[in-house]
Design a protein around this ligand. Structure first.
Ligand code: XIL
Length: 493
């Protein structure tokens, strides 16, 4: 495949909150010896250090309600230097190649799930979640698909998706459509576009959703990381269009195969505009390559920190995946001539400066308070929150709270709470509940959180206190520990 990653950094976007970006600059300077980096806002408002510092990327990310993943091929599972790092440092796994079409269905109706199953079993035995990668892609596509008469491609695609998603049912997420765009923002010509037109994307999403309604469904691409380029705008327009059609799209994956020194300064702003559509975003294939003859490992550490910071600053950025485990198994040297050293672990799987910088960053600020600039997470198509205070105020008890589990993984869970006003409008609300043993809230959005021992209190923020009679507003949180169904009391004011 040809990949042109010679992107120009786009102009610096003003950070949403200059005060926080100043905090970030101090952190970055401390981490990396004062090397200049772009302006990124850190999400933490309170800089409370965690009780004990994480020693793994996955543990550090979990303190922020995120994951840190890696990508491994089944053929490398016998390499213990690799698997020791893969199994301990990361809490998310992407099969690098083993769930691609050419492995899964090399000949029509001949399915080969073995290598993918090996990756799943490795991930499960190391308490890792999985991102399925990928269902529909022009590359690593066996010749029989390209040779099909166009009137048979849709059935073949739907069958492939159904068989594969059914087999691996229970994964956290799927890259349903991979790399659909050309650099100029036009859709890439492949057997799916030729046979079905643009509609193949919505059809693929619907087919995957029918096979596993709980998996988060993504479109994934590279060179969409900078804001306002032809390709990232094309992805943005596609996402908007799919959501307006009601297609089951949950997120956008930003591959993030970067060149050292060229992290787009608008990465955070770009992810945020997708998040504002009501989508999750994820860094799915991060690496930072450089000429092997002229390495700059400290510069690379800055670059990794910039990317992780951008994800931490976007509340709907669910996590980061590094593509491969170390420089020895990285795809970069085999793909980009003269380039390499693109991961956080060296050829012997020892940590590089980038690893230490990212781990320090993750240990520095644990988000316990939401930013006031955090956008609403109202899904598209639902009524936007009311911003004008209604004339009357309800009495105490004039609201109810409904708890909805969203997701669970071995070490934590995510839930939404919907606050509904009774027969009278309210202009403030307070929720209280008790944490079960071992639960800690790692992140909460659309509310002001106070935790005292096991007592949780959440009050409305300025923009979502007013709820009209019978109306509602939704907040959410992520937590460490085992899920439970708490009894939540709602009072107003
Ligand atoms: C790459 C793998 O890392 C290689 O081993 C393989 O030979 C080619 O594919 N974008 C993607 C990934 O979505 O699937 C690609 O993985 C890297 C670019």
């Amino acid at each position: 495949m040809s990949m042109d990653h010679g992107m120009e950094p786009s102009p610096v976007q003003p950070p949403p909150d200059r005060r926080r970006s100043h905090v970030y600059r101090r952190i970055a300077a401390g981490l990396t010896g004062g090397l200049a980096v772009g302006a990124f806002a850190i999400v933490a408002v309170t800089m409370a250090g965690p009780a004990s510092a994480a020693t793994t990327l996955g543990g550090g990310a979990e303190a922020h309600g995120r994951y840190f993943g890696t990508a491994v091929s089944a053929s490398r599972l016998s390499n213990t230097a690799l698997t020791n790092v893969a199994g301990t440092q990361f809490d998310m796994m992407t099969p690098e190649n083993d769930m691609k079409w050419d492995t899964i269905q090399p000949a029509q109706s001949t399915f080969n799930f073995g290598p993918g199953d090996q990756i799943v079993s490795f991930a499960r035995s190391h308490n890792q979640r999985l991102r399925g990668h990928n269902l529909v892609w022009h590359s690593q596509l066996p010749g029989w698909v390209s040779s099909l008469p166009t009137n048979q491609v849709q059935a073949a695609m739907e069958n492939h998706i159904t068989m594969e998603v059914n087999h691996f049912r229970g994964l956290f997420a799927w890259d349903v459509v991979n790399e659909p765009f050309n650099e100029d923002g036009s859709l890439r010509s492949d057997p799916f576009l030729t046979a079905m037109g643009t509609g193949y994307i919505a059809d693929a999403l619907r087919t995957a959703h029918a096979a596993d309604a709980n998996a988060k469904l993504y479109i994934n691409d590279f060179n969409i990381e900078a804001n306002n380029t032809a390709k990232s705008n094309a992805m943005f327009n596609l996402a908007q269009s799919l959501l307006s059609q009601g297609a089951p799209l949950n997120g956008i994956g930003f591959e993030s195969h970067f060149i050292q020194g060229q992290i787009p300064s608008s990465l955070q702003a770009n992810m945020q505009r997708f998040a504002n559509l009501g989508l999750d975003v994820a860094i799915t294939e991060l690496d930072v390559r450089m000429p092997t003859a002229n390495p700059n490992l400290n510069g690379q550490a800055n670059d990794f920190v910039s990317v992780v910071n951008a994800c931490l600053a976007v509340s709907r950025c669910v996590g980061i995946t590094q593509w491969n485990v170390g420089d020895a198994d990285s795809w970069v040297p085999g793909t980009f001539s003269g380039q390499g050293l693109a991961t956080m672990f060296d050829n012997n799987y020892q940590p590089k400066p980038a690893f230490n910088a990212v781990l320090n960053l993750l240990n520095m600020g644990v988000t316990t308070t939401p930013t006031t600039t955090r956008p609403q997470t109202t899904p598209p198509g639902t009524t936007p929150p009311v911003t004008t205070p209604p004339p009357t105020t309800g009495p105490p008890g004039a609201c109810t709270a409904t708890y909805t589990p969203v997701n669970a993984w071995p070490t934590g869970f995510q839930a939404n709470i919907t606050v509904t006003a009774g027969s009278t409008a309210i202009n403030a609300w307070t929720l209280t509940w008790t944490l079960s043993s071992g639960q800690t809230i790692t992140q909460l959005w659309n509310g002001a959180l106070t935790v005292s021992g096991t007592s949780v209190t959440v009050k409305n923020l300025s923009y979502n206190g007013s709820i009209p009679a019978g109306g509602n507003t939704t907040l959410g949180f992520t937590a460490n520990g085992a899920p439970s169904t708490p009894t939540i009391r709602c009072t107003s004011p």
